[in-house]
Design a protein around this ligand. Structure first.
Ligand SMILES: *Cc1c(COP(=O)(O)O)cnc(C)c1O
Length: 400
């Protein structure tokens, strides 16, 4: 009898007690709106922004309603508007091209390479097609950020980083989100901190920060921020920046502050689990492990491997057999998008020429979430199941 995994791939850990207590406190006093503060009081949202800025190192930080909202706000704040083109990854999640569409702009997709990062050759080749790059560190994979910044600086391209999967990660010692002009994070339940919904935006650029704060719906209350530029900076932008309401509230901020203090410990726990799965998969015939570069500190909240150049039916057979044994895998090569696996050619509102190099990689990407509710033994068991089923299909013992 072959073993079956019975855990849930979508079960989060509970919100920490300290965060629950802070949230209850906010509900007791009733001042949930970020600008609704008592005399002399500093709200949870302002504190969250100050603390996240201290943690990541930028001068300015803004908390908002979602990660996708942070991305669109960053685009608006750097001046992207209707009819503009924005470079972005062919391999990313729907809210990324969605944020580009939200400002009336059009994505220009850059290929994904076999290590699942943006293809820097393709980026260099397309560098003259836009003045902004929305760089998605999709599934937590960081490209050679030094090289990427060289290419973008040489071409005068402003970089916005989508760090939805890299909160807590770093390249060559620099935190993810600190290479480009703006870093955007998501605090949605499936990311690295959990307030249900939420986003954070960081930057060192004072005018950009002031615009983002005005855009988020600060009215003229920016003086209540703790990680905002000086009031003089707002003088230039406050009349010409629309209020596109998307604030964070004190309840979510209260839930997030203790979680952010715990981030490094959680990263270590994710990576133990990731490495256990990875070690169990290594050496499986037909399966390519995605090797992580020395310079990358990653957060193993999900794991990807490649069944590169496999026939679609055989990949489907692997997925079916793993699902039968309780292991939920997602496939970016699926003809119809399922859950989060849509791809550049699923986003038909934004026409794109075919990208044969990306098509080949996407057709081989298998993805699995690694929730912290898995034990290390769960991770080892999951890897044994995948290894057995990939092996069986690869060796042709399981052809339908
Ligand atoms: C989740 C996610 C986002 C958007 O975050 P939301 O908070 O859900 O809006 C953006 N990019 C990537 C890669 C994501 O996974």
């Amino acid at each position: 009898m072959s073993e079956i995994f019975t855990g849930s791939f979508t079960q989060q850990e509970p919100i920490p007690d300290e965060a629950i207590a802070a949230a209850v406190e906010v509900m007791r006093h009733g001042r949930l709106h970020r600008y609704n503060v008592a005399e002399g009081e500093v709200g949870e949202t302002a504190l969250l922004e100050r603390e996240f800025a201290d943690q990541m190192g930028p001068k300015y930080c803004l908390a908002v309603a979602s990660g996708g909202y942070a991305l669109a706000t960053a685009l608006r704040a750097v001046g992207v508007g209707h009819g503009d083109r924005v470079l972005t990854n062919a391999f990313t999640l729907a809210p990324v091209p969605g944020s580009i569409a939200a400002v009336g702009a059009t994505p220009v997709y850059v290929d994904v390479s076999e290590d699942l990062t943006i293809d820097l050759e393709d980026l260099a080749a397309k560098a003259d097609q836009a003045r902004v790059l929305m760089l998605s560190h999709m599934r937590g994979h960081l490209c050679d950020m030094d090289r990427l910044m060289e290419i973008c600086n040489a071409a005068g391209i402003t970089v916005i980083e989508d760090c939805a999967h890299t909160m807590g990660a770093a390249w060559n010692g620099v935190p993810s989100g600190r290479h480009g002009a703006v870093g955007c994070y998501s605090c949605q339940t499936y990311k690295h901190v959990n307030s249900g919904e939420g986003g954070l935006l960081i930057t060192d650029d004072a005018e950009l920060a002031a615009r983002a704060i005005m855009l988020s719906g600060s009215y003229m209350l920016y003086g209540r921020h703790l990680a905002a530029p000086d009031p003089e900076v707002f003088e230039q932008v406050k009349y010409e920046t629309p209020n596109i309401s998307g604030r964070m509230d004190n309840l979510r901020a209260a839930i997030l502050r203790p979680q952010l203090r715990d981030l490094q410990a959680q990263v270590a726990r994710w990576n133990e689990r990731y490495r256990t799965v990875e070690a169990g998969l290594r050496g499986t015939p037909g399966l390519t492990v995605v090797e992580r570069p020395e310079a990358e500190v990653y957060v193993g909240s999900s794991i990807q491997f490649l069944l590169l150049d496999w026939a679609a039916e055989r990949v489907q057979e692997v997925l079916r057999r793993c699902a039968d044994r309780g292991v939920e895998l997602k496939w970016f090569g699926t003809p119809e998008p399922v859950a989060f696996t849509s791809r550049y050619d699923s986003w038909r509102y934004a026409e794109s020429p075919a990208l044969p190099n990306s098509d080949r990689i996407l057709a081989g990407i298998i993805d699995m979430r690694v929730p912290l509710t898995f034990s290390l033994e769960d991770c080892a068991q999951i890897a044994r199941i995948i290894r057995a089923e990939v092996g069986a299909v690869f060796q042709g013992k399981a052809v339908t």
